[in-house]
Design a protein. Structure first.
Length: 239
């Protein structure tokens, strides 16, 4: 959902015959109309010349990040992106991919065809590992920022957030505040995904922070500790 334009985006799903879909649509509240969007197969991103689109899938999350008021980079603002995470496809819940699609002014408005194509983001090789906590069985360390691939997730909740560009290992809730204070300039685009199921159908209740570096075509992720977990309890498992 893009709250600045009152536009809802949707990717894939399953039809009445349970076939998986890989199409992209937008709904504009101002016109109350659905429009199918057709990203280019040729990406303008420096990391690739040609990108296949994401495979058909259901139960993935699709978030709008970036844009904003232009406090970064001399008033230019950040690129507005669609970020697709996870999902359940023909091969089961093995879709732990993170995809990005740049929205231009026309793409976010009335255009039906994108000049840009989907870009599959890869785990950053320069991620930081604090190494201060041992990893629980099947659960990422709470203080760790990792360069490994994101765990497979589907039926999860996704919330777009901003994180300070200098933040690497902190897990404080303030690390993804949307404040526009002086020290908030130069923020990273990010998505917090909560809960969902993994590739074997196990339900989870942790929150994972996924930070996007569009210029490099990469992402990093880490698990966030909640106050409830610090006190010895955890929030309910949910999808």
């Amino acid at each position: 959902m893009d709250s600045t334009t009152d536009t809802l985006y949707a990717f894939g799903g399953q039809d009445s015959s349970q076939a998986f879909l890989g199409d992209l649509w937008k709904y504009e509240a101002s016109t109350q109309e659905w429009t199918e969007l057709k990203p280019s197969l040729i990406s303008s991103h420096s990391s690739s010349l040609i990108q296949r689109p994401p495979s058909p899938r259901a139960a993935a999350s699709l978030s709008v990040v970036g844009g904003g008021g232009g406090r970064k980079d001399g008033g230019r603002g950040r690129d507005k992106l669609l970020v697709l995470i996870g999902g359940f496809g023909r091969q089961g819940a093995k879709e732990n991919e993170v995809w990005g699609l740049k929205l231009s002014d026309d793409n976010g408005g009335s255009g039906e065809r994108f000049e840009n194509g989907w870009v599959r983001l890869v785990p950053a090789s320069s991620a930081v590992d604090s190494g201060k906590e041992e990893e629980e069985e099947g659960t990422p360390s709470r203080s760790r920022s990792t360069s490994g691939g994101l765990p497979a997730r589907w039926h999860h909740v996704a919330v777009p957030v901003n994180t300070p560009a200098t933040t690497t290992t902190t897990t404080s809730s303030s690390s993804f505040s949307s404040s526009s204070s002086e020290e908030g300039r130069g923020r990273k685009d990010a998505v917090v995904i909560v809960g969902g199921s993994d590739e074997v159908g196990k339900d989870h209740n942790e929150a994972l922070l996924v930070e996007i570096d569009w210029q490099e075509g990469t992402y990093t992720w880490r698990a966030l500790a909640t106050e409830a977990e610090k006190e010895g309890s955890r929030p309910p498992v949910r999808q």
